[in-house]
Design a protein around this ligand. Structure first.
Ligand code: 5GP
Length: 114
């Protein structure tokens, strides 16, 4: 069996996280090393998908749920606008191979855009 990722351990409450949203299929918590005023990770509870490419192919409805969750979190914790990032693959910066979306918001984002 593949080794558990850190996100599976957060879902299982084996390690703590500052959880901002949770439902049957998703959990969202603040990133331990925030890159913006608001930096939340939206993570499906299933560990079936390593990255957004696999998720889009396997469960597009779950991907849509992640986008809706990002929007709800940005509305609740920031002004509503947000940046959504999926790192896909190690050379793109992915370090945790359990699909997740980075939701970034806050004033800092206007300083530096992609
Ligand atoms: P990736 O680089 O895979 O796209 O993103 C992984 C993210 O998970 C990073 O931004 C990193 O700071 C975050 N992270 C890694 N370990 C933990 C942890 O134990 N708790 C929380 N809240 N975030 C973590």
């Amino acid at each position: 069996m593949a080794e558990q990722t850190i996100f599976e351990r957060i879902v299982a409450r084996e390690i703590p996280a500052e959880i901002v949203l949770e439902d049957d299929e998703l959990i969202a918590f603040t990133d331990i090393a925030p890159k913006a005023e608001m930096h939340v990770l939206v993570v499906p509870k299933t560990s079936a998908y390593r990255d957004v490419v696999e998720l889009a192919a396997g469960d597009p409805d779950l991907l849509a749920s992640m986008v809706r969750a990002a929007r709800a979190i940005a509305l609740e914790r920031a002004a509503g606008d947000f940046r959504l990032i999926f790192n896909s693959g190690a050379s793109a910066g992915q370090t945790v191979f359990h699909v997740h979306a980075h939701v970034l918001a806050g004033a800092d984002l206007t300083e530096e855009s992609l």
